[in-house]
Write a protein of this length. Structure first.
Length: 290
């Protein structure tokens, strides 16, 4: 079996180091510079000949630049004799655009997956699968989906009492219900109507009781935060004790984190993306998948 070596990309040095410790492999960060005109200058930090390279690189922020970084690093490793290159993209970008919503629009998930064949295998955490059922539908290399559900459920069970698990919309049901079942509860799923990426309305089912409860809103991605902001407003009016927002991937764009905190929400994410709210470590789950 080839010896493993873990490389951390620009977005994932902390997580890559933890994964390396879990699989008992050496770790080094990619050497990244920019030429004066902005072009990427990338160098591998260690010899890779005959080794299995584990490249850990989350695709947020700057998904365009990071995709080039992944491609350059993977191809360079192969050219220099790596036996295998496994791309670990804890957050996999370009998954939401999975159909042509308008004529002549780019269907980015299939183009992204074609470009990512620069490696031999890809591992990701809870990708945004909406109109496709499996990564196998878009990748022609082995692609493994790892779930954060177990780690999130353990965090809730350990740190939050008298809780109600809430999915802010039908798309989040798969996460909310799976997590709730692991701690022997059922999830409450709200009804969402989306008008745009920044404008949504939420309806709470009649008869739902949040009074005196610690409400945990669970979703895969916290981006602009609007999907969570609307339910928070309503749940607060219904007498909830505390409101937690737990996301797998914390993108926090357009001031989302500031708005959520202003409403009094306690925000927690996994460490697929490095940020100040990444309290749930998934290095163990990723190590098992490797």
């Amino acid at each position: 079996m080839a010896k493993k070596i873990v490389f951390g990309g620009s977005n994932s040095t902390e997580l890559a180091r933890k994964i390396a410790r879990k699989i008992k492999a050496p770790y080094a960060a990619l050497i990244i510079k920019r030429f004066p005109d902005g072009e990427l200058n990338l160098r591998l930090p260690a010899d890779v000949k005959g080794k299995e390279v584990i490249l850990v690189e989350s695709m947020h922020p700057n998904p365009d630049e990071i995709m080039i970084e992944i491609i350059f690093a993977s191809r360079t490793a192969k050219e220099l004799g790596a036996k295998k290159v496994t791309i670990v993209a804890p957050y996999l970008a370009y998954m939401r655009q999975d159909k042509r919503f308008y004529p002549r629009e780019c269907k980015s998930n299939t183009i992204m997956s074609a470009l990512m064949t620069c490696g031999d295998k890809i591992i990701t955490i809870d990708p945004h699968l909406h109109r496709i059922n499996s990564l196998k539908e878009i990748f022609n290399i082995p692609a493994k989906k790892v779930s954060a559900n177990e780690a999130i459920a353990k965090y809730i069970e350990k740190n939050i009492k008298n809780e109600v698990i809430v999915g802010p919309d039908s798309e989040s049901y798969q996460w909310a219900e799976a997590i709730a079942q692991k701690i022997h509860l059922h999830a409450v799923v709200l009804k969402k109507k989306r008008y745009s990426s920044r404008h949504v309305s939420i309806k709470v089912k009649k008869g739902t009781d949040f009074k005196g409860k610690n409400v945990v809103i669970v979703d895969d991605i916290i981006s602009t935060g609007h999907t969570m902001i609307e339910p928070i407003k309503q749940i607060k009016r219904m007498g909830a004790k505390k409101i937690y927002c737990i996301g797998v991937h914390g993108l926090f764009v357009e001031g989302a984190l500031k708005r959520l905190k202003k409403l009094g929400a306690i925000v927690i994410t996994t460490n697929t993306i490095q940020n100040s709210k990444a309290k749930i470590d998934l290095s163990g789950e990723i190590a098992k998948a490797i």
